[in-house]
Design a protein around this ligand. Structure first.
Ligand code: ZN
Length: 272
């Protein structure tokens, strides 16, 4: 079983980005960000040089469907390891949801606008930096996402909203801004029954400069084909984000007060 037989390639979009936003269908825009200075400037050695001793928290393994575990390193050591050939037996350590632009505000000058984001949109940017084979397990985000591949190659496997739900595979594990699946997307695709459309599963490989629109609630699982940097921007209208934020904050307050899903979440280490 491979994704190539069960998944359709997500073709470069031939309609306008706003069509995709209106219809809430995923779309890839090849090379839309290729002219961004970040795509040429953000090498691992360059980013490491900004503050080599900066402590960074790394996710160990696939926390979406395995027990959550973290480890600490510093930016210089971590990025130096990424520049080296990958070790087959090594632990996969992943710098996720890293607020690079807040740590180094001058890097904002290396980004340009995404032309299709509607006016009045609120965005929250962070970067995912990790080695080949590092994976984010199957999940759906509560907000629309605009992902910009800065360096390396990443494969996204996507499934239509409802596919995990119909399979009864929703995970009970807590995540503030996402919902998780108990099974991987290839297992999900292989097990689809009659009546499930052929247009439920897609794959796309992002190269530097490519931009991917993932609508909220579309399921996706992501794997690095080599060491890579992705800039992710969650976005939504001011009123939508405000409404969602109120709900997320309420749940998250309960979670952090140990009243909801203690020890079974992506934000705290799993209990041993
Ligand atoms: Zn937690």
């Amino acid at each position: 079983m491979t994704y190539e037989t069960d998944f359709r390639p997500l073709q470069p979009s031939d309609t306008s980005p706003t069509d995709h936003l209106r219809r809430r269908t995923p779309a890839v825009f090849r090379g839309m960000a290729a002219h961004w200075p970040a795509v040429s400037a953000w090498t691992f050695p360059y980013l490491a040089s900004l503050d080599p001793s900066l402590p960074v928290r790394l996710v160990r393994g696939n926390r979406e469907n395995s027990p959550t575990a973290f480890t600490w390193s510093d930016l210089g050591t971590y990025l130096r390891h990424l520049s080296e050939p990958p070790r087959a037996d090594g632990d996969l350590l992943y710098l996720k949801e890293f607020d690079l632009l807040r740590k180094f505000p001058a890097l904002r000058d290396d980004l340009k606008d995404i032309p299709f984001l509607p006016l009045g949109t609120v965005t929250s940017n962070s970067v995912w930096i990790g080695p080949a084979r590092a994976r984010t397990g199957l999940h759906q985000d509560l907000l629309d996402n605009c992902a910009v591949q800065i360096a390396g190659t990443k494969r996204f496997l996507l499934a239509r909203p409802g596919t995990v739900e119909r399979a009864g595979a929703l995970s009970a594990k807590y995540d503030a801004w996402a919902r998780l699946s108990r099974v991987g997307i290839e297992e999900l695709a292989a097990g689809r029954g009659a009546g499930t459309g052929d247009e439920d599963f897609y794959f796309v490989e992002l190269e530097p400069g490519d931009v991917l629109y993932v609508p909220a609630r579309w399921w996706h699982e992501v794997v690095n084909l080599d060491a890579s940097i992705l800039l992710s921007g969650f976005f939504g209208s001011r009123s939508h984000v405000a409404r969602l934020w109120t709900q997320v904050r309420l749940r998250d307050t309960l979670h952090r007060s140990r009243l909801l899903k203690e020890g079974d979440c992506t934000c705290h280490p799993a209990r041993r």
